[in-house]
Design a protein around this ligand. Structure first.
Ligand code: ZN
Ligand code: FE
Length: 256
């Protein structure tokens, strides 16, 4: 589908490092910069030169490598306008609705307030790639630190409009714990049962569970399934709004 090379690896403890490379132009983009050395090693292995960092939000585990990588590669750091004061080395800012042109293709920016107020996601629409960082995880979503539950609900649910085949890259490898929790909320969901088994087996083999897809998450991720009759029954919230169900799921996860 896409003629971009996407290389993903685990760094720090459970952060994903992601490199996106276009061989025609030599453009190489790091989605966030959790760890400069790990990213530099992976670039070296591939023979790629880093040209850009697309920052999703200001948390330390997403910006820690910015300055060292900028020093090493002279790469251009792009990130959310609303968090520019907290993003080291930032040279260009974006906000929801903006469309960047990178490697001759559009990169659409989504505002995703909730986890942080300025969190953005990047959508390579021609390539069906979404980089959602700490907004949407496989079978989960990020903790709501700065925004409201309402905002996070809207941020997560805006991804429903993307094509089901869209690959979703996330900020963290949290899928196994998310699966355990999701099964307490929607135990009868066959797709979720199947995914939980798959995830357990992948983790036992030391493999990564992402990328996932929008289609897969719509079938299995409780935060995208607030209308599910089973979820509403389990929560005793048959008549609540989707946003209320979302908030209850997120609060239960915090205590899980
Ligand atoms: Zn974060
Ligand atoms: Fe994070």
């Amino acid at each position: 589908m896409s003629n971009l090379d996407v290389h993903q690896f685990i760094c720090r403890d459970d952060n994903y490092g992601v490199l996106v490379h276009d061989s025609r132009t030599g453009t190489t983009i790091s989605i966030d910069a959790p760890d400069a050395n790990a990213i530099a090693d992976n670039l070296k292995k591939r023979g790629w030169q880093l040209t850009h960092i697309l920052t999703t939000h200001h948390h330390e585990d997403h910006i820690a490598g910015n300055l060292a990588l900028k020093e090493m590669f002279g790469c251009r750091i792009i990130g959310p306008e609303a968090e520019k004061a907290k993003i080291p080395g930032i040279m260009q800012t974006v906000k929801g609705g903006d469309v960047l042109q990178l490697a001759h293709r559009p990169v659409k920016v989504f505002d995703c307030p909730g986890h942080t107020l300025g969190h953005v996601a990047y959508h390579f629409s021609d390539d069906y790639l979404l980089f959602a960082a700490d907004t949407l995880f496989s079978l989960g979503c990020g903790r709501v630190f700065e925004g409201t539950m309402e905002q996070m609900h809207t941020s997560v649910n805006q991804f429903r409009t993307l094509q089901p085949m869209t690959s979703v890259y996330c900020g963290h490898e949290y899928t196994e714990a998310n699966a355990k929790f999701a099964l307490t909320i929607e135990p009868g969901n066959r797709d979720l049962q199947r995914r939980a088994i798959e995830v357990k087996s992948l983790r036992e083999q030391g493999k990564m569970t992402c990328p996932t897809t929008i289609g897969e998450e719509l079938k299995t991720n409780p935060y995208l399934r607030c209308a599910s009759p089973e979820i509403r029954k389990v929560l005793g919230m048959e008549n609540a709004t989707d946003a209320q169900v979302f908030a209850e799921i997120r609060e239960r996860k915090n205590r899980f």
